[in-house]
Design a protein around this ligand. Structure first.
Ligand code: ADP
Ligand code: MG
Length: 322
């Protein structure tokens, strides 16, 4: 099982940001109203994710570290249901197989909690711990026993940027949850529970509110609504160009290219707009890839989606000009 976990780990956790994503999604699935993420050394040294969700019993905490021990599928039909984020029961055992892993958790109102420790996928040590509200997971020395993976890591700056992007996407998807991100002891984001539009502004930055406008159009049965930054307000990277498809945050080359095409006449060719673009489309016309480490999407008619996004942005750009 040890080796199977390490192999699975290669798929599920290819870099620190993927571990952050899995842990944060678990916290959100646990109904947390606040999720705090503390990172040091770009996630290679430590990742700590703490939530105030419903927690686990000692029994479930131990079980959660066994492969395919998901509490989120009842039948194989549920495999098609992607309401909850994770459903494969692979993230925790994978992460624990390639790190020094510590988890403290308790059920609400329980008089005791539990701590589970796993070092590099070895047998877990379980001991009683004080009661608490929710779960705290600490991932130390990620990839300590998989040097090949460690060598694959990019610079700290790049790995941190990937973590920030994961955090932004999840923060956008769950505005009603308070979320904190600290990098090496410095606060990067500290979001209170808020409405979606408040969260969008918080994510995009203070000046976005005064430098953006909202446009909604319909195009071939899709509804596309966009919160568009002005062309003067643009970046050399695509981190503040965000998409939601049917309520799920997506990163996809096609969508990014479409947005740049929409802005093309008003923006330098090496820049990316700051914008949130939401596409509502018939679920039959879209296939959200459920690979655990990715957020990709396949459209039945990519050209129509592209044209819709371009039309929406052009409409916005026209209004900006007035
Ligand atoms: P999955 O999310 O696919 O079910 P994971 O390996 O991510 O698999 O988690 C395994 C199980 O551990 C989950 O199904 C859930 O029951 C439990 N779990 C993990 N993290 C938390 C958390 N933060 N709060 C409560 N339960 C959790
Ligand atoms: Mg999960």
């Amino acid at each position: 099982p040890h080796v199977a976990n390490q192999i699975a780990a290669g798929e599920v956790v290819e870099r620190p940001a993927s571990a952050v994503k899995e842990l944060m999604e678990n916290s959100l699935d646990a109904g947390a109203s606040k999720v705090s993420v503390r990172i040091s050394g770009a996630g290679k040294k430590s990742i700590v994710v703490e939530d105030d969700g419903f927690g686990m019993s000692a029994f479930d905490a131990e079980l959660s570290l066994q492969r395919h021990a998901t509490s989120k599928i009842e039948s194989s039909d549920d495999l098609h249901c992607i309401a909850s984020h994770g459903f494969r029961g692979e993230a925790l055992p994978s992460i624990a197989s390639v790190s020094r892993f510590r988890m403290q958790t308790a059920l609400a109102d329980s008089r005791e909690g539990v701590e589970v420790r796993v070092d590099g996928g070895a047998a877990s040590e379980v001991r009683p711990a004080p009661p608490r509200k929710g779960t705290r997971i600490e991932v130390l020395d990620l990839f300590l026993n998989t040097p090949a993976r460690l060598n694959f890591m990019r610079t700290d700056k790049t790995e941190e940027a990937a973590i920030v992007e994961v955090f932004r996407s999840l923060a956008l998807a769950s505005p009603h949850v308070a979320m904190l991100l600290e990098l090496d002891g410095r606060k990067r984001f500290d979001f209170r529970a808020q409405t979606e539009s408040e969260r969008v502004l918080a994510i995009m930055g203070a000046d976005f509110a005064d430098n953006s406008l909202e446009v909604t159009i319909t195009h071939e049965g899709m509804q596309i609504s966009a919160h568009l930054g002005l062309p003067t307000f643009h970046y050399r990277d695509s981190t503040r160009l965000m998409f939601m498809v049917n309520g799920r945050v997506i990163r996809d080359k096609l969508l990014i290219a479409a947005a740049r095409a929409g802005y093309r006449d008003v923006m330098f060719h090496d820049r990316y707009p700051v914008a949130l673009i939401k596409v509502e489309i018939d679920p039959a016309d879209v296939d959200v890839n459920v690979h655990p480490a990715k957020r990709e999407v396949r459209f039945k008619s990519p050209q129509a989606v592209r044209a819709g996004i371009v039309a929406c942005i052009r409409a916005g750009v026209e209004r900006m000009g007035q």
